[in-house]
Design a protein around this ligand. Structure first.
Ligand code: WTA
Length: 664
């Protein structure tokens, strides 16, 4: 294991027992199977017989300006797909649909949190993307440049991404919940020349002032930024917004006046489409690189087949944020490439009431809902009266992503939201994989609640033991056995780190960082991360990154961070902190440190509990024992602590954890 914890990266045992509790299986409903896009195993067999030809067939569903001369060049661990092929992602998402006569079809039903609504057709989206593309060109952005995007969930966000794709600039979308420091670091890593942002967005009834954050980011570094393009979303609610002369430009002034016609660059299949930063096991987030042809091929294919897309009649809603990979692939690129009609919602599920989502489903007749287990568990906690108050009979498909879904939540989702008639697809994938990898096909696969079931056609996934031997049964590490079109092409600026992180643990295999088990029927069950990455509400947060944010505070000598299991959010962040000598431990100091982490990273990284301790448990070689700390945090039996330098430390820690020192 590439693991700094000294705990051997063990799969947590508790999860396995949960999964055994639910033994029912769910074959595809007959009527669903009858009209499903994929209703038998032929596609799996064809893909197995010739994976490259299978992916080439999927790629042919896109419009190419130039055909490729070779499907795949695989120099482990570097893959190139559709070599020599030329295409444009925005052209595939917009122009070809308008040319095919569906310009009047709705691309997005947008609903802002305050209740404002906009309907955007494919023709309108194409025009707005064209204008934005010309605005980017007018600011000197060229093919090959990087553009940072820091925006709320409003239609201008997909417009900005597609405008970049249209002119061949790579975007780097930074989730709007990240702090100014996090934004600055990402801009610097990518040397982005332009920042596209908004005065802010709405969250739970309050304005979130993104432009103010962006200004902080730019005043503390990020010197590569030459211009800032600002969407007016909040208007008067934006507080005292300052537009810097010469650098900052209003979207409604610069974009609206442009010509909607803008040529789509013929990009090489392997040109960079976007960077997306994700947390790993070190303090520095990695810029995951995705390219053009393979990425679009696999996101379009998976969006179509996993959600059994009927583009004429479906109203599809992925309730993720575009700031994460799920939103990139399954709000923007997959659905638009397939000419789907989607819902785009800006805000939280409980504003103004806890039935907001269900009222959206009813209003637009949503047929397909894709969300995360953490949301489902929150809805369970709130109670069934909220969904029950709305007509959800339009739904025909449900999806889950981001973390293991416990069978109880699966069954609740299936019953309370799906009315017992909608297949639930549990989709496993990562920022790095770009697209769904392991998932049922709803017209084919018999579902087991809690299992992501099988690799999709064309995908090779196996569970291996510590020595990298394939396991036919039982628990181990999830690996991918062959290249796939949407795979990351590397870590921006660091090819060696790419090899080291994903391809060094098991020879010839991609190591995902997840534990998994294979049951007697060959079904795959994901068991959570086995490295130092936490999963909080479906978001990846690095323990090391939070630790370095804590240590960055002048009062902190040392910090150890662990993710403890939580019934709603999957994991919560627990921080064990040793202060510098002579400093007083005040209760309010926990809040100071929490706020410091929010400032350094963002609210998603805020520790739930800060436990002050004079000492951290370490092995004799000086490594912090995170597994032991996790057990302390979860109140579990500590097992063998014989390698511990000073066992008294643990007893004291337990006492402090039990008295809840620094609980939020
Ligand atoms: C976890 C999100 C279990 C996993 C698309 C993975 C899952 C990490 C599932 C990637 C699932 C995602 N079942 N675990 N269906 N989907 N994960 O990069 O630990 O934000 O490694 O991509 O989420 O998170 P990321």
């Amino acid at each position: 294991m590439t693991d700094a914890t000294g705990d051997g990266g063990q799969v947590q045992g508790a999860a396995i027992e949960d999964y055994l509790a639910e033994l029912r299986t769910f074959p595809p409903p007959e009527e669903f199977a009858r009209s499903a896009l994929v209703s038998d195993r032929t596609m799996y067999e064809q893909a197995e017989a010739d994976p490259e030809e299978f992916w080439a067939a999927q790629a042919r569903a896109l419009t190419w300006f130039e055909p490729w001369d070779q499907v795949l060049d695989w120099q482990l661990p570097f893959a190139r797909w559709f070599i020599g092929g030329r295409l444009n992602v925005a052209f595939n998402c917009l122009d070809r649909h308008v040319e095919a006569g569906i310009g009047d079809k709705v691309a997005f039903h947008f609903e802002g949190e305050p209740g404002d609504r906009r309907t955007i057709t494919y023709a309108q989206l194409l025009d707005e993307v064209g204008r934005c593309a010309n605005a980017l060109r007018s600011l000197g952005i060229e093919r090959g440049d990087r553009v940072a995007i820091y925006m709320p969930m409003i239609p201008e966000l997909p417009v900005a991404m597609l405008a970049c794709a249209r002119i061949g600039a790579a975007h780097s979308v930074v989730f709007g919940g990240f702090s100014a420091d996090a934004l600055r670091d990402r801009i610097e890593d990518a040397s982005a020349r332009l920042l596209i942002t908004a005065d802010g967005g709405w969250r739970r009834g309050h304005p979130v002032e993104l432009k103010a954050n962006a200004d902080h980011a730019l005043s503390s570094g990020a010197r590569s930024i030459e211009n800032v393009l600002v969407v007016r979303r909040l208007g008067d609610a934006a507080g005292n917004l300052v537009m810097q002369e010469g650098r900052d430009h209003w979207w409604h002034e610069l974009v609206s006046g442009q010509d909607p016609h803008s040529p789509a660059e013929a990009m090489d299949a392997e040109d960079l489409l976007f960077l997306l930063y994700t947390s790993g096991t070190t303090a520095r987030p990695k810029g995951i690189m995705h390219t053009t042809g393979g990425y679009l091929t696999q996101v379009a294919f998976t969006h179509r087949t996993v959600f059994d897309l009927k583009p004429e009649t479906d109203v599809y809603w992925c309730a993720a944020d575009i700031g994460w990979v799920t939103g990139h692939s399954y709000i923007v690129y997959g659905p638009l490439a397939n000419g789907a009609t989607s819902v785009l919602y800006e805000g939280t599920p409980d504003f103004p009431g806890r039935d907001r989502w269900w009222s959206i489903i009813e209003r637009y007749g949503v047929t397909t809902l894709y969300t995360a287990p953490t949301a489902i568990r929150t809805f369970m906690k709130w109670g069934t009266e909220y969904p029950a108050a709305h007509d959800l009979s339009s739904l025909r498909m449900l999806g889950s992503v981001g973390e293991p879904i416990n069978p109880e939540a699966w069954i609740w989702y299936w019953q309370q939201i799906g009315g017992g008639r909608c297949p639930v697809v549990d989709t496993w994938w990562q920022t790095e994989t770009g697209a769904i990898m392991i998932s049922p096909l709803p017209g084919v696969t018999t579902l087991k609640p809690g299992s992501a079931t099988f690799p999709l056609p064309g995908i090779g996934a196996e569970v291996v033991d510590d020595a990298g031997r394939k396991l036919e049964r039982g628990g181990g590490y999830l690996t991918l056995t062959r290249p796939w079109p949407a795979m990351l092409r590397g870590i921006y600026g660091d090819p060696e780190r790419y090899r080291q992180t994903y391809w060094s643990r098991f020879e010839g295999r991609y190591f995902a960082g997840d534990g998994a088990k294979v049951d007697d029927d060959g079904y795959l069950w994901l068991l959570g991360r086995v490295d130092d990455v936490m999963n909080v509400s479906g978001h990846r947060v690095s323990t090391t990154e939070v630790e370095s944010a804590l240590v960055d505070h002048p009062s902190v000598a040392e910090a150890a961070v662990v993710g403890a299991n939580d019934a709603t959010t999957g994991q919560v962040i627990i921080a064990f902190v040793t202060l510098k000598l002579g400093l007083e431990v005040g209760h309010e100091h926990a809040e100071v440190l929490r706020a410091h982490v929010v400032e350094k990273i963002g609210a998603i990284a805020r520790p739930r509990v800060v436990i002050f301790t004079d000492d951290l448990p370490k092995t004799r070689s000086g490594k912090i024992m995170r597994r032991l700390l996790r057990d302390v945090a979860e109140g579990r039996d500590l097992g063998d602590t014989t390698t511990l330098a000073d066992p008294a430390v643990v007893a004291e820690l337990r006492r402090r954890a039990a008295t809840g020192s620094g609980e939020e």
